[in-house]
Design a protein. Structure first.
Length: 374
């Protein structure tokens, strides 16, 4: 195990520069804190990391931390509160091999059912959450990155990880070292083995995504009417339409908390590999709020054709071209309501920013108890 030493430089001394070696914290003390520190500060592991699971149950035991990186790739973290040994290498491979054995729907269900504990934010519908966060479908990111994390590593572990990373494994090794500093603890992070740079995938262009979407509609047997549905929605919503390989998303402009404009998805037309021949019209939670918050009233057909989900979204499944003909008028009413509710919300935010009163978005008037709706 390599020894890490840390010095503090004192520039305020009248005798010139002084250096003071910081004392390493007793390992057992840091062991108790490491997982909690990383859970509340995932940026210490990698930038733009979103943790979606902690001590997640798997057939091989509890997976310490499960995350999604900034590109939408799953990341498996095996934490050792002491020195990493070769057993940790076998463990992280076991976890990764289990996750890669699941298809997208199984993986999403596995994560959703086990989220929301030990300091991890609850995600009721991981697939919907993922599709809203990233341009590419989950199916394109089923092979996870593997990361070993500990308070040091022995030579055999380092050698094994270096060997794996030189091949097809996206595996890396990170060690942390703790030191006493000004009555607190200072952490030093060292990437001992870094996974090779992954080949950069072709950028997700609108043309490329559209071609992939056309291929998927043909594969799933909805190419005869999917784009008619998309054109219909496009002509009603004043939205920015973006094709993903799994479907069109329709984003409306909003202001962030910092006051800068951004686009956020309100409606999507998704395709699921597990449900061939069907199209999902998904209303994100903000779209449901737009049509159910005062002074808005949802169209009467909303309750008949759309199903409320526990995470606040609503969905309708179109099963055929003839079914689309039957529900088309309801979709028109709902999309018009989303557009109107969005305008009211935007006007209210603008009025608040100008210091004037406006008709704001208030409590929900859906009249449905989500707990009573499957």
């Amino acid at each position: 195990m390599r020894t890490i030493k840390l010095w503090r430089v004192n520039t305020s001394s009248g005798d010139g520069l002084e250096v003071e070696q910081l004392k390493a914290v007793v390992e057992t003390k840091t062991e108790q804190l490491l997982e909690d520190i990383l859970t509340t500060n995932p940026g210490l592991l990698m930038p733009d990391l979103k943790l979606v699971g902690r001590q997640t149950e798997t057939p091989g035991g509890p997976l310490d931390l499960l995350g999604v990186d900034g590109e939408g790739t799953l990341v498996v973290f095996e934490l050792k509160r002491g020195t990493l040994t070769r057993e940790a290498v076998a463990q992280v491979i076991d976890y990764g091999s289990f996750l890669v054995s699941l298809d997208a729907d199984e993986l999403a269900t596995h994560i959703s059912q086990r989220s929301g504990s030990l300091g991890i934010e609850r995600i009721d519908d991981f697939l919907s959450w993922y599709q809203e966060q990233f341009a590419n479908p989950l199916e394109d990111h089923l092979r996870p990155r593997l990361v070993l994390v500990g308070l040091g590593a022995d030579e055999r572990t380092r050698r094994m990880v270096e060997f794996l990373s030189s091949g097809d494994f996206d595996v890396s090794l990170i060690t942390f070292h703790a030191f006493e500093s000004d009555g607190g603890i200072a952490l030093a992070r060292q990437v001992e083995v870094e996974a090779p740079s992954r080949p950069s995938s072709a950028s997700a262009t609108k043309t490329g995504n559209l071609e992939l979407l056309k291929q998927r509609t043909a594969k799933l047997g909805v190419d005869t009417y999917y784009f008619d549905v998309a054109r219909f929605v496009r002509e009603i919503l004043p939205a920015y339409e973006w094709p993903n390989p799994s479907g069109f998303s329709y984003a409306l402009s909003e202001l962030t908390e910092a006051g800068t404009p951004t686009y956020r998805s309100y409606v999507a037309l998704f395709l699921r590999e597990s449900k061939p021949g069907r199209i999902q019209i998904l209303l994100y939670e903000r779209a449901v709020e737009a049509i159910t918050s005062e002074p808005m009233e949802p169209p009467e057909c909303f309750r008949e054709f759309f199903e409320m989900k526990p995470n606040g979204t609503a969905e309708m499944w179109i099963e055929s071209a003839s079914h689309w003909d039957a529900v088309q008028d309801c979709v028109r009413q709902v999309c018009n309501a989303v557009s109107e509710g969005w305008k009211l919300k935007s006007n209210a935010i603008t009025a608040q920013g100008n210091g004037t009163s406006g008709s704001g978005v208030q409590g929900s008037r859906l009249g449905l108890d989500q707990g009573q709706v499957d």
